[in-house]
Design a protein around this ligand. Structure first.
Ligand code: SAH
Length: 521
């Protein structure tokens, strides 16, 4: 490289990104891409905090506050200044704003400031809350038969104000559908203005709070009645008001709030790596999932036992995998010792269930045996049926695990080598949060997918005695994936409410859905 090239000071850039209305799945791909590469993120009250999971661990997160009426963490000037400062320091700054940054988001004001300071920027649009609220309330914002126009209006500007920027006289009958942002406080005045200016009092109106989130709450009325309806339902901001004939379509199109698990809050106790499938399924049915990774999986300090087994790997007739973690950590170590899947060429491989068998396929290994009953016991039974007398069996697994499988095989005359490959550690930290959630009585269900999730959950809850435990779990239902997990639940004095016939995530979710379906009249 030529050394006469002078490096100019690093120039930062600000990306004004629309976070979407609430559901973190509604951010754009571009928005996600930028979050994944951000060095500084300045985010708002309305942007879903879950989106911050995309941000690199070493990035700086700054909450810019702004809750209607409440305390502002920053003034608008403060935010503008912050953006200029961070970008001038050479940082890649994502300014994350609820909905679309240019729709009632003061995004332009922030950009103007950047322009003045000569700072580079980009704006990424977002799904604005108006369309999301309507869609998620089952209201098509336009419809050939009902309306040919939509108006987005701010309700923040009190219509009593002398010089209103809103021509209520023209708006009232000029736009087919009218969507009002920030209109809850002024709702009585707004509806009155619309009626006084010629909109029919029986025009349907919907109000949607926290649209596209698990706590979405919609109510419907008419221009004449909606103020009362909203008050009785206790609807506070953030909410959108949708006025127009299209609101009638909600009756047949409503889909979001009618999902079978909508409004149910569930604690998911799984390992962090494994939580996603269960959570995705439950969310699909409308549940709100609070993920508590009661187990934290860690590698071992010492792999002596496995290493010795690997030295003589060819001498084993069977290798059995009873969990996804066992597979992950076994192959990690296999690779770390300079080997790969071919080392297993002469052994038969058994998997406890469908998911473990699929995971093995990713290492190029088709399981020779998957039992009908997806448990350690089931695996032992099918092996024994095949005959295991004098068979040499390697069992890579958790440091602490149930002895049923090795004992059964041992009793049947097999020679079993147990090689620990990972350990379960209960994580610290989120204990208080979990206890608080339970104490508030806002949890409907807890899911358990293994015995250790049960014991670790109980460790986290840390009840002083059985009485306190019962109190914390008063209205909480318990779902257990299979008989062994269920037994651990009952052994701890608790009752299992939901248990699927087959021990898979899909069947467990189906059982949960059925349970709640049966409860609703
Ligand atoms: N830029 C944002 C709007 C910011 S103004 C957008 O494009 O959506 C803030 C107002 O937006 C709130 O007072 C409320 O009326 C509305 N809003 C934002 N998110 C909402 C949500 N999830 N549900 C209902 N209303 C919402």
């Amino acid at each position: 490289m030529k050394n006469h090239i002078k490096h100019s000071a690093p120039t930062g850039k600000v990306y004004l990104v629309g976070a979407g209305p609430g559901d973190p799945g509604l951010i754009t791909l571009r928005g996600k891409y930028l979050l994944e590469r951000a060095e500084v993120v300045v985010y708002d009250y309305l942007a879903n905090k879950k989106l911050l999971n995309y941000v690199p661990d070493d990035a700086t997160l700054i909450y810019a506050g702004k809750k209607g009426g409440g305390l502002h963490a920053f003034t608008q000037e403060g935010i503008n200044q912050l953006l200029v400062e961070q970008a001038s320091a050479g940082k890649r700054v994502v300014r994350l704003k609820g909905g679309d940054p240019f729709i009632f988001g003061r995004g332009a004001e922030e950009i103007e400031e950047l322009v003045q300071a000569g700072i580079e920027f980009e704006v990424v649009p977002g799904v604005t809350s108006a369309t999301a609220a309507a869609t998620y309330a089952g209201i098509p914002i336009t419809h050939r038969d009902y309306t040919a126009s939509v108006a987005f209006v701010t309700g923040h500007e009190a219509p009593g104000k002398k010089e209103s920027n809103i021509a209520w006289d023209k708006l009232a009958t000029g736009a087919g559908t009218i969507v009002i942002y920030m209109g809850i406080k002024n709702l009585p005045v707004i509806t009155r203005k619309l009626m006084d200016n010629g909109r029919a009092p029986d025009t349907p109106v919907a109000v949607v709070r926290w649209a596209s989130t698990p706590i979405q709450h919609s109510v419907v009325g008419t221009l004449e009645t909606i103020t009362d309806v909203v008050q009785k339902a206790g609807i506070r901001p953030p909410a959108l008001v949708i006025v127009g004939e299209v609101v009638k379509l909600r009756k047949s199109i409503d889909w979001f709030e009618t999902r079978p698990l909508f409004g149910k809050r569930m604690v998911i106790t799984r390992t962090r790596a494994q939580a996603s499938e269960l959570v995705a399924h439950l969310e699909e049915y409308g549940a709100e999932c609070l993920e508590y990774s009661t187990i934290h999986i860690e590698p071992l300090d010492d792999y002596q036992q496995l290493d010795q087994a690997l030295e003589r790997i060819k001498s084993y007739d069977w290798i059995l995998f009873t969990s996804l973690n066992a597979i992950t950590y076994f192959f990690k170590r296999l690779n770390a010792t300079g080997r790969d899947s071919r080392a297993l060429a002469s052994c038969c491989v058994g998997a406890v269930g469908r998911a473990t068998a699929e995971a093995l396929m990713e290492y190029g290994i088709r399981a020779d045996l998957v039992p009908e009953k997806f448990t350690g016991e089931g695996l032992a039974e099918s092996l024994i049926k095949n005959g295991v007398q004098k068979s040499r069996i390697l069992l890579p697994r958790a440091l602490k695990a149930m002895e049923t499988l090795p004992e059964m095989l041992d009793d049947a005359g097999a020679e079993v080598t147990v090689a620990p490959v990972y350990q379960n550690v209960p994580p610290q930290g989120r204990k208080e949060e979990l206890r608080e959630e339970l104490a508030k009585g806002e949890i409907d269900l807890v899911t358990f997918t293994s015995s250790s999730t049960v014991t670790n959950f109980l460790t986290m809850v840390d009840a002083a005695d059985k009485k306190e435990l019962d109190k914390l779990l008063t209205n909480v239902r318990i779902a257990a994936i299979g008989p062994i997990t269920a037994e651990t639940v009952t052994r701890n004095g608790l009752k299992v409410d939901i248990q699927p016939d087959k021990y898979t995530i899909t069947d467990m979710v189906a059982a949960i859905v059925d349970h709640y379906r049966d409860l609703t009249p």
